[in-house]
Design a protein around this ligand. Structure first.
Ligand code: AGP
Length: 609
């Protein structure tokens, strides 16, 4: 989604702005722009398309100046165009602004401003911010911005610059992320840490409602009432290299291969040495607390939602507490039955997904206790939830989520085992068995990644099919959903996942000769049933690619090909079966020449509704 950068310092602004925006490219965007104060005026340059278009446009004539802002836009109000790209300015070019989010009352404000004589040039909601500042500006930049913010409704992270106040940027946020990078004789602003990580690891993470005035040698933060706020420096504990490709062709492939490390890190120090228990110091729950919880909601979007489905299965099976798993954008509007006996677990890699954040706020409003599972320390979701468990996956850059998913599964497993230990709903022996099994998972994922040639071959063979079906039962179905999403989002192949038993209630009509069906068959309790479903699709001449555990001798009798993953407990095997599905999606996307890391229309962090 949109990216924001800002620079004020002794150096040149434009090189940082372009570099920072490049590092935010993974978020997805359709146009880009920068504004730099050149000593006389604010020079704005923008272009629809990739950043390379903007760079081409200003080649040999890069804006000169040491205060600037930049933006990559993902269209919401108005189509992608040069005009609609940010930064936006007021009528006289005195102010420029970049903005992520949506100004919900922009139409009313715009009509009012037009009536007062302001001339608008774009279709965006953002442009009202610049004109509004022009309208209320009284010579005091900071108090004027405060006034503007008091008039707008909606979600935002934004940065203003002013020709009348050189060497100063003012930024603020509401429901959208914003960080300030602390440099030496220079300071940076960004919507996301990767934009500044090459320059500094010392940051201030802004909270909702905070307004920061950023100069090259001073920063002060206040709330909307103008009261000062003391910020703690947050040291980023990963480096620029972690956010780079490290020799892989794509971030997605790198991140798939990072899964053993990410899962190991997420498990580390959370398992008792003797395998007797899960240690979650973050939670410190007791029997009294868990007995008071009569219902759990797991709320998330996309891949995180799929991890939630597995979480539901784990918690119900192990801790025997009823769990509902909900899509965040549905949960928040469906008047869910939530009270103070409810625990709401939200899962979000980025910690910034607006629907998940809003669902979290709604759950809190209704009296629920809340727990966030997220990958980003200091993210909005991490800060809003009562408690947090981090997945230690490291930065995930590719739009398609991979290592975040596997680490989310691990965290859900840990939570379920932790609950089961406290509630004594599972024999101790079984808890220890699963902990030992979990310890093996990183190595087993590594093994799954060793021989990718058959997967490459299938991707080439079936990569041009228009429809692919994924089937499975129980946990296999949950993984099938994730496999189908991966294939859709990066290869643009129409893919659907079905609970295998549901096929003959409609979907079987679509199964004709040559249609690829990817069938997961790892769950013992429903194994025979799954085989029957596979036979049904085979009888319609589908091409079946089976996914099974090593040692399975049956599936190959019915499937055209079988991909084997190491043998593991059926509770844990989703952590392995998802890997070939991620790779299949990756190689299918390559076969079709798709932009793997930045699939069309999608953004890494979805910060608009
Ligand atoms: C996954 O591949 C997606 N691109 C997407 O579904 C993602 O998981 C979803 O938008 C939620 O993001 P979050 O985990 O950052 O909240």
């Amino acid at each position: 989604m949109c990216g924001i950068v800002g620079y004020v310092g002794d150096g040149q602004a434009a090189p940082f702005l372009l570099e920072g925006l490049t590092r935010l490219e993974y978020r997805g965007y359709d146009s880009a722009g920068i504004a730099v104060y050149d000593g006389e005026k604010i020079r704005i340059e923008k272009s629809v398309g990739r950043l390379s278009e903007l760079k081409k446009k200003i080649e040999g004539n890069v804006p000169v100046g040491s205060t600037g802002i930049g933006h990559t836009r993902w269209a919401t109000h108005g189509r992608p165009s040069d005009m609609n790209a940010h930064p936006h300015a007021d009528c006289h070019g005195d102010f420029a602004v970049v903005h992520n989010g949506i100004i919900e009352n922009y139409m009313t404000l715009k009509e009012d401003l037009i009536a007062k004589g302001h001339i608008f040039v774009s279709e965006t909601d953002t442009e009202v911010l610049a004109h509004l500042l022009e309208e209320v500006y009284d010579g005091d930049f900071e108090s004027s911005v405060r006034k503007v913010l008091s008039m707008v409704e909606g979600s935002y992270s934004l940065v203003f610059m002013s020709r009348r106040d050189p060497g100063m940027l003012i930024c603020s946020k509401q429901d959208n992320p914003l960080v300030i990078g602390l440099g030496d004789g220079e300071n940076f602003i960004a919507s996301d840490i990767p934009a500044i990580i090459n320059r500094t690891r010392r940051t201030y993470i802004l909270s909702d409602g905070e307004i920061a005035v950023v100069k090259k040698d001073a920063i002060w933060v206040t709330n909307h009432a103008g009261e000062p706020i003391t910020k703690k420096v947050f040291e980023v504990n990963w480096n620029a290299e972690a956010a780079e490709k490290g020799g892989y062709e794509h971030f997605m492939l790198k991140e798939i291969h990072e899964q053993p490390k990410a899962v190991r890190a997420t498990l580390s120090s959370r398992l008792a040495k003797d395998d007797s228990a899960v240690v979650l110091d973050e939670l410190k729950w007791n029997r009294g607390f868990l007995d008071s919880v009569n219902r759990i909601f797991i709320v998330a979007c996309g891949t995180a939602y799929h991890a939630g489905l597995v979480g539901k299965y784990y918690i119900e099976r192990m801790a025997r507490i009823p769990v509902e798993c909900d899509i965040a954008s549905e949960f928040r509007y469906r008047a869910p039955i939530v009270d103070d006996h409810t625990l709401t677990i939200v899962i979000s890699q980025s910690g910034e997904t607006i629907d998940t954040l809003a669902a979290l706020k709604e759950a809190k409003r209704l009296g629920s206790r809340t727990l966030a599972v997220t990958n980003v320390v200091g993210s909005s979701i991490a800060r809003d939830a009562d408690q947090v468990i981090y997945t230690w996956a490291g930065p995930e850059i590719a739009v398609a989520s991979t290592k975040a998913y596997t680490t989310q599964l691990i965290v859900m497993l840990l939570i379920a085992l932790y609950m089961a230990g406290i509630k004594e709903t599972m024999p101790q022996k079984r808890i220890a068995e699963l902990i030992r099994g979990a310890r093996e998972i990183p190595t087993q994922i590594g093994k799954t990644l060793e021989d990718v040639d058959p997967i490459k071959t299938f991707a080439k063979q079936y990569g041009f099919n228009e429809d692919v079906f994924f089937i499975g039962r129980s946990l296999d179905y949950d993984v099938a959903l994730e496999g189908a999403l991966k294939l859709k989002e990066i290869s643009y192949i129409h893919a659907e996942a079905y609970a295998a038993g549901e096929l003959k209630h409609g979907t079987l009509a679509l199964i004709v000769e040559g249609v690829p069906v990817i069938a997961l068959a790892t769950q013992k309790s429903v194994y025979e049933k799954t085989l029957s479903n596979i036979k049904e699709v085979k009888a319609r001449d589908a091409v079946v690619i089976g996914i099974a555990a090593e040692g399975d001798t049956e599936l190959k009798k019915y499937a055209d090909h079988v991909i084997y993953v190491p043998e593991a407990d059926e509770m844990l095997i989703p952590l392995l079966t998802v890997v070939p599905l991620q790779l299949l999606a990756y190689y299918a996307a390559l076969t079709r020449g798709c932009d793997v890391d930045k699939p069309r229309n999608l953004a890494k962090s979805v910060t608009v509704e």
